[in-house]
Write a protein that binds this ligand. Structure first.
Ligand SMILES: [Fe+2]
Length: 157
């Protein structure tokens, strides 16, 4: 059954497509953060191992919330690695094991790219689609990315 919640079918479809891209980036960033959790080594090993764990746990919650929001808006949620890789704008780096500092820099770059994208998505939800619910949802998500980005940035100052 299609949701009758004051949004046109066209808007619902476009919002769901936009959320699917947000989901794909979150899934890529989740996987990358886990990879770094597993492979970080050096002086601050345990600190960064735990820091990355806290961050991928946050991202895992985000992945679930984004996925379920797509469902709430009446669309099927993509859920395969293949689709995530195709839809994501973030890039993976197979076979590469950066230094501690490079890991932090790469994660920061990715979180900042997500924040820039979410800011645009929030504006689109509010202005183009008149979807206050998704705009609010994405604002909360953006703030979580801002907190993670702030934490990562502090290691580089
Ligand atoms: Fe672990």
């Amino acid at each position: 059954m299609k949701p009758k919640i004051g949004l046109t079918q066209d808007s619902l479809k476009k919002i769901s497509d936009m959320l699917s891209a947000v989901l794909a980036d979150a899934a890529v960033l989740y996987t990358k953060t886990r990879k770094f959790h597993w492979n970080v080594s050096g002086e601050s090993f345990m600190e960064l191992h735990k820091l990355f764990e806290g961050q991928y746990n946050k991202l895992e919650e985000a992945v679930d919330a984004i996925a379920e929001r797509i469902n709430k808006l009446g669309s099927k949620t993509p859920g395969t690695m293949k689709e995530f890789i195709e839809m994501a704008s973030l890039k993976e780096s197979p076979g590469k094991y950066p230094s501690q500092k490079e890991m932090i820099k790469e994660l920061l770059t990715d979180h900042e790219a997500v924040i820039v994208q979410l800011r645009k998505n929030i504006d689109d939800c509010a202005d183009k689609y008149k979807d206050a619910g998704t705009a609010d949802f994405l604002t909360g998500l953006m703030e979580e990315h801002e907190t993670i980005a702030w934490t990562l940035r502090r290691y580089l100052d």
